[in-house]
Design a protein around this ligand. Structure first.
Ligand code: GRF
Length: 194
């Protein structure tokens, strides 16, 4: 069974979908929710769903403590779901092609440092884009630059506000992220960790 850790900083609706999805699957399981914000909604969601959580600081992310925790818990796949910090290069190297992120726009546009949450949707609406979408991608040591895995699109309607667009994007995320991670988990079963 592939052991999945979800890293999140916020509300955690994607984390919840991931937990619920894998509760129905024998091949993988979300065994840990790791979070850097003590007030984040994702911690309550994890508690309600019976998934252990691990709260850490930015310093612990940088100094290798988080990496030790993930390795100690025999995590196979790290899923970022609204996680706001840069992943240190050592952690990227410790989990090669085993850390994935979801971004609420069609990268490489509307990505990079500072382009997160409502900022992304505000920029897309202000630019009068006709379409937006999500990008599920591997994580490397630079924000939003890892290899793309899947990039479904949705329309941006003429009367969309950043909020209405955000709701459409969230639906797209919830529909696709768990399924994409399931495919990655299935591929990892064929290729056990060294
Ligand atoms: C999502 O839109 C995701 O793309 C972005 O942060 C948001 C997290 O939402 N990286 P939630 O906390 O899963 O509801």
């Amino acid at each position: 069974m592939i052991r999945i850790a979800v890293l999140a900083s916020g509300s955690g609706s994607n984390a919840q979908r991931m937990i619920e999805h894998f509760a129905q699957h024998v091949k993988g399981r979300v065994v840990l929710v790791a979070c850097d914000q003590p007030e984040a909604g994702v911690l309550q969601r994890a508690w309600d769903l019976g998934v252990p959580s691990y709260l850490f600081t930015g310093t612990q992310l940088k100094n290798g403590t988080v990496q030790c925790e993930l390795q100690g818990q025999r995590i196979d796949l790290v899923v970022l779901a609204g996680f706001m910090r840069l992943i240190p290069v050592e952690l990227v190297r410790a989990f090669p092609q085993r850390i994935v992120n979801i971004h609420p726009a069609l990268l490489p546009r509307y990505g990079g440092k500072g382009m997160y949450g409502h900022h992304v949707h505000e920029a897309v609406v202000a630019a009068k884009e006709k379409e937006s979408g999500i990008t599920i991608h591997y994580v490397n040591e630079r924000y939003d630059e890892g290899e793309h895995i899947f990039q479904p699109k949705c329309p941006v309607l003429p009367d969309d506000s950043p909020e209405t667009l955000a709701a459409r994007i969230h639906e797209l995320e919830h529909a696709h992220y768990p399924k994409v991670v399931e495919k990655l988990a299935e591929a990892l079963i064929q290729e056990p960790r060294a």
